[in-house]
Design a protein around this ligand. Structure first.
Ligand code: ADP
Ligand code: MG
Length: 694
């Protein structure tokens, strides 16, 4: 039998396993709980727990863990064995409903942003039954939400689940108005495309910057970069293919729908895209994907870099977050549809997204803010820090015609009243798809392209779900009270287009002209993480999250502070790594080389030959080395002068405004020296080796 037939989901306690192993009634109740997003009955939980344990033991598991996603974008797990002691020095293997549904984790070292003091270090974990349990290396992993003693969210799953609920609540109101009573639940669907780099592990091991910062902090460009465009979709090298094959197999075993694999733009860069699923599962699976990528790479003598900008001068890595909304009856709400009625409904959901993105540009930007992503956004390889929407010419023309109340596309004169016409089919895979847009409509979904490659997709989707829920809430409030639904709908759509069309931009987002134009349109521009993160706690945004019960003001503050704090910490680690590499590797190497050239020149002169090139090289090496040394001292002094204090914003601002520029200067001097120095003296592998050796 083929690998997939035999192994897909083999390590997942999925629906078919549940149906097989649970008593009929339990299965039905559990299913209902999952479908309706309800709380699980304790009795049902204990039956499920027991079946889950038996299944896990048969599959070789010895431990279980509440697998959760703390606020620092990784996954956390603490393993507990199933054993319980009984008489006679023996043990039995047990797992109760209580243990399944709710665990208690002492996680005092995980970031809480002031939500939890260490004397109250307990956190509570609660099973998310909509995301299947799975086995990972002898451990039964239970996807879990994580809260403080007081019930505040300390993780990335809790607000995601809450935001799904918020979107569901409002979307169902709208569907009711359209008479769609069969659709009782709406869930956001997401397919996150994951970019990454693969490099030789032995080279990775020799670069402290890759080890400590996940990205190169030094490095002159290789003679060849990505200018030939010969890597994107190119033939996949044998070793990389072996990695991809094993990656797929490992992902399939834990139920991840790994679908597409290809080479990306930069040398050594690749991508994996799964088939979309409900967003909390997509998020769990993406976390799992990143973890498995790293592990599988090791087995192939490779290292997988997930950092947003591992190498200067070539493209960095992101995640494309394909997002839509789907009903429990299987209908995609961003699908234009086959009847005038469906077209009207599509236009309403479409304009809800347009309005949401325009109203909350700042939040979308903040949701992708990180130290790593700052190097990528706006670097002519990823969308700029200005959020706009690409709709494509055809759909834009339709909206313009609707607004003007006139004909579409110069065809025969038609009245553009909503609900009368069927929309034409939009091309889903046209080649003119605008790859520069941060937020592009791609036929039946939106693709948010600004996410960083190493980040959890949770933050971006929490924001997306919540802001669209807010548009829909306003729409539903208006339409539910309308005397004539059809004409109110028409007016609402036309007004929304009129009020929010400034966010639509179909041109090239990478140009300076666009940035000027965006400024004229009054779009928000938040260039760095320190500019973006404070948006979380603006009055308008607190109101949004509180209205939809997604995040409280305290939770928002904690998230903002944790983001700023990790930003500052990352820059500090990078600066210290640069200092270490310069003092202990670059400076000594360059001085040794300069000394050897000086000695060689002297030897040459001793036999009566004037060695002008030697003198020249020694003097330029000396001059650049002096510059390097000054830059180093400057970086050391600004790092040393980092003000103490407990204001995370002030700290992050200092790191951004003072430390980062000093790092840039130091790098420049070091890269210049690299180009002048004999390769055999250079203390670590260079870009040409890192990018081209596989
Ligand atoms: P491209 O690289 O051209 O954007 P890919 O095939 O790599 O295309 O990725 C497209 C992604 O969009 C896939 O993950 C796919 O499952 C996802 N997708 C398709 N339909 C939907 C939808 N309705 N909701 C969310 N994601 C979707
Ligand atoms: Mg894409």
């Amino acid at each position: 039998m083929a690998f997939v037939d035999e192994n897909f989901g083999i390590n997942v306690f999925n629906d078919s396993v549940m149906r097989q192993r649970l008593p009929k009634e339990t299965y039905k109740t559990l299913h209902k709980t999952i479908d309706e997003g309800r709380r699980l009955d304790p009795q049902v939980a204990s039956v499920v727990a027991n079946a889950m344990k038996d299944w896990a033991l048969e599959r070789g598991a010895t431990h279980y863990t509440h697998w959760f996603q703390p606020l620092n974008s990784v996954t956390a797990e603490k393993h507990d064995a199933f054993i319980t002691p009984v008489d006679g020095g023996r043990v039995i293997q047990e797992f109760s409903g209580k243990e399944l549904v709710r665990g208690e984790a002492d996680a005092s070292s995980l970031p809480s942003g002031g939500l939890r003091s260490t004397f109250e270090a307990r956190g509570y974990t609660a099973w998310d039954p909509t995301s299947y349990a799975f086995i990972k290396e002898h451990v039964l992993c239970i996807p879990t939400a994580y809260c403080s003693y007081g019930g505040e969210a300390l993780d990335k799953k809790t607000p995601l689940l809450r935001s799904m609920e918020a979107l569901n609540r409002q979307a169902v109101r709208i569907l009711k108005l359209f008479g769609r009573l069969d659709a009782t639940r709406v869930t956001p669907t997401v397919g996150p495309e994951q970019e990454y780099f693969l490099i030789e592990k032995s080279l990775y091991d020799r670069r402290s910057d890759l080890i400590f910062a996940g990205r190169t902090l030094f490095g002159a460009p290789a003679p060849k970069g990505q200018e030939l465009g010969d890597h994107f979709f190119g033939t996949i090298k044998t070793r990389v293919q072996a990695f991809m094959t094993e990656l797929n197999e490992e992902l399939w075993k834990v139920g991840v729908l790994a679908k597409t694999e290809h080479n990306e733009t930069a040398p050594a860069q690749h991508e994996m895209a799964p088939i979309h699923s409900i967003v909390n599962v997509a998020c769990d699976h993406n976390q799992l994907t990143m973890e498995i990528m790293k592990k599988v790479a090791r087995r192939h003598g490779l290292h997988c870099l997930l950092s947003e900008k591992p190498f200067a001068g070539v493209n960095g890595s992101g995640k494309h977050n394909n997002w839509s909304m789907s009903t429990n009856t299987g209908y995609n709400l961003l699908e234009p549809g086959d009847s005038p009625h469906e077209s009207a409904q599509f236009l309403l959901f479409l304009t809800a997204v347009i309005k949401a993105v325009d109203d909350y540009q700042d939040l979308l930007r903040a949701s992708v803010a990180s130290a790593g992503n700052d190097h990528r956004l706006g670097g002519c390889e990823a969308p700029p820090a200005v959020i706009s929407i690409f709709l494509g010419d055809e759909l834009t023309e339709i909206l313009e015609a609707l607004e003007a109340g006139s004909i579409y596309n110069g065809r025969e004169k038609t009245d553009m009243t909503i609900g009368v016409h069927m929309l034409p089919k939009f091309p889903k895979d046209t080649t003119d798809r605008n790859r520069t847009s941060p937020f592009a409509f791609t036929g039946n979904k939106f693709e948010f392209r600004s996410l960083g490659s190493s980040d959890s997709i949770s933050d971006a989707n929490v924001v997306l779900n919540t802001i669209v829920a807010e548009s829909l809430r306003q729409f539903a409030d208006e339409l539910e009270n309308a005397a004539d639904f059809r004409s109110a709908l028409h007016d609402l759509i036309v007004r929304t287009i009129h009020d929010h069309k400034r966010i639509i931009f179909n041109g090239n987002n990478y140009t300076d002209e666009w940035l000027k134009e965006a400024e004229k349109r009054g779009l928000s521009r938040l260039d760095s993480t320190v500019d973006a993160l404070p948006c979380y706690t603006s009055e308008k945004n607190i109101r949004l999250f509180e209205t939809h019960k997604v995040l409280s003001e305290t939770e928002l503050r904690s998230r903002r502070d944790i983001g700023l704090d990790s930003y500052a910490k990352i820059i500090a680690i990078e600066a210290n790594t640069m200092i270490m590499m310069t003092r202990r590797q670059i400076l000594p190497a360059v001085l040794r080389f300069t000394g050897d050239i000086a000695a060689a020149s002297r030897n040459i002169r001793d036999i009566g030959v004037d060695c002008a090139s030697g003198t020249e090289l020694v003097s330029s090496l000396s001059a650049y080395t002096d510059q390097l040394s000054r830059d180093l001292q400057r970086l050391e002094s600004v790092v040393g002068a980092r003000p103490a204090g407990d204001d995370p914003l002030a700290d992050a601002r200092y790191m951004h405004g003072t430390v980062l520029p000093a790092m840039t200067d130091l790098r420049k001097s070091a890269d210049t020296l690299e180009k002048l120095t004999d390769r055999s003296y250079w203390p670590f592998p260079t870009y040409d080796e890192l990018l081209f050796s596989i």
